[in-house]
Design a protein around this ligand. Structure first.
Ligand SMILES: *Cc1c(COP(=O)(O)O)cnc(C)c1O
Length: 725
């Protein structure tokens, strides 16, 4: 029986074996059977002073028919035989913490709702002990609410204050301790009542214990298909039926009052809160997730804001997604995804990730996997194949400068398709995969753009864009915005739609194509038709795409999760190179997205005119979005343009647009010259550093021969895994 069942039946289910220091509650003798975890385990409520732990604990206890234990009133005071405040005054903060910890270490209970003190989490041994006895729920209450409550409660002394620190500072300092011990967070909105918080606690505990409910299915599943968990989705990448993984029950919906809490938070804080809601703690614990998020977004971006939103002109804003180590928006996902991936890998094997790239993915993935912690590096490596003459000069420099023993790029004297086909070939060659497994304990894997763990981090920056506009007073929470996105594989656009599902008031997602206009034609006609198209080169190469993979997730969503229909449409695309979306679905799709395309000429003209009007230099992809945004938006709400790359990544095209003569040969000089031409945006730190690094970087160039590529794979495995062992 689950917790909800237990609640409905009003069962009084607990067993309590309180230690010597705990008062006996007369209700503790009642015994019945109910959910196993409630019988064996406690619900432990943690949070700062004034968070409402005692009140909420009592309500939760009452609803479940379980005893409430308040560590202050029921454990510490009876033990010390004096009020807690008197003890603190008598012995001082340090000694107090130690004694308090000792008491907690001797405390044992089960089947209780235990409200900790605000300072318990500062004592590691004591917390380790309590955490074993149940689920620790953190009441994450807004700091200003706390200060008001403490004022009303006339609390003027909490542990740590004797050192002369303000309560505000202490609350801020303590957050890290709460986040070190939590199993589940309850994000309290400002003005939430104790009853509402108690309800959230029950839901949080229910979720914590109900891992099985958060499953993923293939977009092509027929209802019978297997349901898998987060880790499988991340490690497998693709379901066997050729579809894409999506969460079976959609995205968690976040209430406006909770969103408002996020307005004042930093990027990593927001990322942590949102991702906690999307990844079950049994898959990645909140504590591990925190470490990953701070490793990804703490200092790897050249601005603390990570993905700042800047005003461009009238009601047009740009979200700068290019401040990461490789200067494209792919960093937002790639700094986090490899950590999630490494965390989800089953033990015992090594993993070699193979990537084929003709653009921004290669460097972003190398940087992300390159930044893994030592333990993860020992068993996770990445090898990137790129066409020797098929990437820009800067992209090549970026990839080869990121060369490390476990993260390497080699080029091939052929095109992107050959690289891609060769990798596919290796996955399909049982003799090879078997040999690598037996000989080196190594499994081949991909980490491509349709992996769920790459989409998820992107939901965060779309949310952050909206929250920043609220923070800066441009809009109030609830006001609509449009976002406009240069769209290739539809990953960025899909993430915006997911942010909307979580409750971000995005009105329309505007998709911008270049002259390879498959997505915009599809949105406008319902026809996905590859038959008469061939890929045309453009100045925005990252969106030169004819098969927009993540679109399948969107079609699944607008079909209301109709797997058989999606299967029919998309396998039709594979076989007949064409499908057409039935009318009612097309109508639904067009309620959420609009689309148009931008010619090469208009793209360059936009770069020029925006520089003139706003002193801001757009990269070519961003310019495509600017043109389409201007064409499609009405003026009733702000539009945020996803700026997916720094202009320095496509310097030659920007020179062309700005009609600059005498373009220097050297990429570093090119960038310097462009910087003089632009007052905004600022430079990308890592891009400059990469170009400044004058040592000649050698990289391996392979002949266009499948066997040569296989040799590269094998020697990479030898280099990265055998050496460190
Ligand atoms: C990858 C990329 C895109 C396309 O993003 P999708 O999620 O594939 O739509 C757009 N711009 C730049 C600069 C990119 O690197």
């Amino acid at each position: 029986m689950d917790l909800r069942g237990a609640r409905q039946l009003g069962l009084r289910a607990f067993r309590c074996s309180l230690g010597p220091y705990c008062i006996r509650n007369s209700r503790l003798s009642t015994r019945t059977s109910a959910a196993g975890y409630l019988r064996e385990k406690n619900i432990i409520i943690m949070g700062p002073p004034g968070a409402g732990k005692t009140t909420v604990g009592r309500i939760v206890a009452h609803r479940l028919g379980l005893p409430a234990v308040d560590v202050d009133d029921d454990v510490l005071e009876p033990t010390w035989k004096m009020p807690v405040a008197a003890k603190l005054a008598a012995v001082g903060g340090e000694r107090f913490l130690e004694e308090e910890g000792q008491v907690l270490r001797n405390f044992s209970a089960s089947g209780c709702i235990v409200s900790l003190t605000g300072s318990n989490p500062l004592h590691p041994e004591a917390m380790q002990h309590v955490k074993q006895s149940g689920a620790v729920v953190y009441l994450d209450v807004d700091g200003e609410d706390i200060l008001q409550r403490l004022h009303r409660m006339k609390v003027d002394r909490i542990v740590g204050q004797e050192a002369g620190r303000s309560i505000r500072d202490i609350l801020q300092y303590r957050k890290q301790f709460y986040e070190r011990w939590l199993d589940a967070r309850v994000l309290c909105g400002r003005g939430d009542t104790a009853e509402e918080v108690a309800e959230k606690v029950l839901q949080a505990v229910e979720r914590f214990h109900n891992h099985a409910a958060e499953t993923y299915v293939s977009t092509r599943a027929d209802g019978e298909g297997s349901k898998v968990h987060f880790s499988d989705v991340v490690v497998e990448g693709l379901p066997p039926d050729g579809g894409l993984y999506v969460p079976e029950n959609g995205f968690p919906k976040i209430a406006p009052r909770e969103w408002l809490r996020l307005v004042g938070m930093s990027y990593p804080e927001r990322a942590l809160l949102l991702l906690e809601k999307c990844i079950h703690p049994s898959e990645v614990s909140a504590v591990d997730l925190r470490e990953m998020v701070y490793r990804a977004y703490g200092s790897n971006f050249s601005t603390k804001e990570v993905a700042p939103v800047k005003h461009l002109m009238d009601s047009t804003y740009v979200q700068e997604l290019f401040h990461g180590p490789t200067a494209s928006f792919k960093d937002l996902a790639s700094q986090l995804m490899p950590q999630i991936f490494a965390h989800c890998l089953p033990p015992m094997c090594n993993y070699l990730i193979l990537v084929a790239t003709s653009g921004d993915t290669g460097s972003a993935v190398l940087s992300g996997f390159g930044g893994l912690c030592d333990a993860d590096r020992r068993r996770t490596a990445v090898l990137v194949f790129f066409p020797e003459d098929g990437v820009s000069h800067i992209q090549k420099l970026q990839m080869t400068s990121l060369d490390r023993s476990h993260a390497k790029a080699v080029s091939v004297r052929s095109d992107f398709d050959f690289c891609q086909r060769s990798i596919k070939g290796m996955f399909g060659e049982a003799g090879l995969t078997g040999h690598l497994a037996v000989e080196y304990g190594t499994v081949l894997s991909t980490a491509n753009s349709i992996n769920w763990a790459r989409l998820l981090p992107q939901v965060v920056y779309h949310s952050a864009a909206y929250l920043n506009l609220c923070r800066d007073g441009v809009i109030q929470f609830g006001d609509p915005i449009d976002v406009c996105i240069p769209t290739g594989n539809f990953g960025n656009a899909m993430s915006a739609l997911y942010a909307k599902q979580m409750g971000v008031p995005i009105r329309e997602v505007i998709c911008a194509s270049n002259r390879n206009r498959i997505v915009s034609d599809f949105v406008n006609t319902g026809e996905y038709d590859l038959r008469k198209r061939r890929l045309m080169p453009s100045r925005s190469p990252a969106i030169d795409i004819l098969k927009s993979s993540n679109l399948e997730r969107f079609v699944y969503h607008v079909s209301g999760g109709d797997g058989p229909l999606v299967k029919d449409l998309f396998s039709g695309l594979d076989e007949r190179r064409h499908f057409s979306l039935p009318e009612p679905l097309l109508g639904k799709l067009r309620q959420e997205v609009r689309a148009d395309w931008c010619s090469e000429h208009d793209c360059l003209a936009a770069i020029r005119s925006v520089r003139t009007q706003a002193g801001y230099v757009l990269d070519t992809h961003t310019a495509v979005a600017k043109v389409v945004a201007d064409r499609l938006r009405d003026q009733t709400c702000p539009v945020v343009i996803s700026s997916t790359a720094h202009y320095g990544k496509c310097a030659p095209a920007v020179f062309e647009a700005l009609q600059v003569e005498n373009i220097p040969e050297d990429p570093l000089e090119q960038l310097r010259k462009l910087q003089c031409a632009a007052s905004r945006p600022g430079k990308n730190r890592d891009l400059m550093d990469c170009l400044k690094d004058r040592k000649r970087r050698e990289h391996t160039v392979c002949e266009a021969d499948y066997r040569v590529l296989v040799e590269q794979v094998e020697s990479m495995i030898q280099d990265s895994f055998l050496k460190v062992m």
